[in-house]
Design a protein around this ligand. Sequence first.
Ligand code: ATP
Length: 724
Amino acid sequence: MTIETTPSSSSDPEWEGIVAGLLAAPATVADPMGDTPLTPPWVKTRTGWKARAKVGRANSTRGFRRWLRRQAGEHGHAAQTWRGIARTALWVQGVEGTQVLAARHEVQHTQRDYKAAKWAHDKRLIPGKEKDKRRKEMEKAFDESTKALADYRRARTEARVKRAARATAALAPVAATEGAGLYFLGAPGGILATGATLAALALLGRRTTAGELYTDRDAKIGDGDRMTDDMIDRAFRDAGIIKVDQAVVFRSPVIQDGAAWLVHVEVTGGITVADVQKKTGPLASALGIPRHQMDIRHEGREDQFSLWVSMTDPFGRTATNPLIGTTAKVNAWRDGLPLAFDKRGAIVLATISDYSLLVGGTTRSGKGMAIANILVGAMLDPRIRVRLFDGKGTGEYVGIAESLDTFVRRNPERLLQFLKVLAAELERRTEILVDLGVSKATEDLLEQLGGIELVIVDELATYTVKGGLNGQHAEEIVELLAQIAAVGAAVGIVLVLATQSPKVDVVPSRLRGNCAGRWSMRVESATASNTILGDGAAGDGYDSSKIENSKGTRGRGWLTTPDTGFIEARSLFVDVENGDLRKAATAGLELRQAAGRAPGHCPDPIEGQLAAETGISMAAGGPTGKGTAVQAETEPDILDHLIKAATATGEENLSRAEAFAYLAGVDDEFARGPEEVDAAYVTRVGSLVKARLDDLGVDVPVATVQRGSQRPRGWRLADLLAAR
Ligand SMILES: Nc1ncnc2c1ncn2[C@@H]1O[C@H](COP(=O)(O)OP(=O)(O)OP(=O)(O)O)[C@@H](O)[C@H]1O
């Protein structure tokens, strides 16, 4: 099973619209002087405008978020405006206040001196000469006090005049703007003018008290900022990916990809993409976003990659499996089955041609959904024989049993019998390839090999735990699963194994190692995550225990294959409860009927062999149709006997002699009487078979079969099954 991703753009109607617009756009107008701006013509088409509007909307949202964040600090616009008002008030106040204060202080001082001189002068019994002196001192102090008072009054008046002038200078433009606004535009004009005044005040207050101007040099994408070369360089340094003397080389400008940013970069100095991927966590925090909003994708060279950063949670949405509602055939071998979507919204396709897949996750993490996606796709490729072993044993898949080539519920013994037959089938197919001189099945060889075998085992723990139910088969089951997983895909036999107990006793490392596709949904611990993804994966940052436990994260997980490496993905949605899976199964059954391959109604070497060995075929859920490996209540009729006998021959047909011999063993009526001669016996038993078939209301055409050099008459297995 190979996992590939296809850009969702191929299925994105918007993108298709853009491409259509591009094709429909008029040819570029000649520009011999090369002086018109380089604007691709599609930009001016309807779809072009729509795309620009989308980008514009995203930018406005970002701008608003950035503005909101700025408001919280001292660079906020409200803080700026207050500072502007305070600064203007301070300017209007001016420095004259100090002079007024000094003059007032002088007045108080001189008045105190005058009072002291007057008191000294007014004393009695002072000799005349001294009295004169004191009078002169008193008069001098009085003059000084009067002068100081005059100076103070002058300073005060001067200060008032200057303040009034400055206040007028400050208020006049405000009043003029406000007046003009109201006069010319009425209330909206008044609002506009107020806005202008506030903007002017914000401009005056744009420096903080420490003199700093607002700068977004340290801003992060998470702060609502646009991604820039500078920001990426800084983030790489902060995350410790590059050193001070190293730089990130930009192979493209930073472009906007819907609600995300995309840039193609190169790292130097021996750093590889793997090194960068291991630092995803620190890099994401340097950019101020959760790590699942960032995607680093290898691009050809070891040092080149694309960096994609989303403003929103890429897995915060569900995406429905695009095959829901389809009844047309799909080519699972060549095109793949839609399984999940990745961070960039591309559909992840699983092509049933290269690897087996192991899916793990705790209960309610979305394993069932992963299997539902595989089933939906597999149903629509009638070349696939879908064989489902449900270890949970619930009724989950009973509704689609009719469309399954094998359906068995919770029966380790049957799985073991099945795997033994499948291992023999694997050998048979390998021999065919060896004879043809090829190492791997191709699409052209599929028919010759016997189609594609897709074996789904849901809840491995039922089958692989030694101490579990029928634990005596566990060792053999694990060994056979591991062998088939290792080489099966090359001959068209693919396993999908799911477990909700990612422990080594459920998934031994040998089994995991042979499943090259691994998908771990949310698990409880890093060890459990490693049990699915491989040792050391959690240490490298691929850890499914870090996926949050919430409804919105169901179906999310880490997926790894040799083609994609580790990618984070969320399974596509199949509304099982509302019958999506059933609809796909019905469509699948119709496709199989049309191709003469309906489960239980066509030769099936594996179930045929098992029926011969055990007496029960589990095609379409077995005799009960519910996946229980027990014989149906009713007695087998003539048709059952003939089908069983035809399957047992291994020739896919049955001669009359073989049929009579078989029937004689199961029903006394068909036994030869002691006196009966050959001709009489053949005539009697031949008529009896016909009568029994007539009783059933079926008509099985008689065919010639090859037995050595003889060509006796008999029946084909396909005809018998069709009659059934
Ligand atoms: N990709 C997805 N998108 C939306 N919903 C999902 C997705 N995957 C799973 N869910 C929802 O999560 C729930 C659990 O999913 P599911 O039954 O597949 O989990 P599980 O691991 O198989 O659980 P259990 O072990 O109990 O069977 C279901 O209701 C399903 O609808």
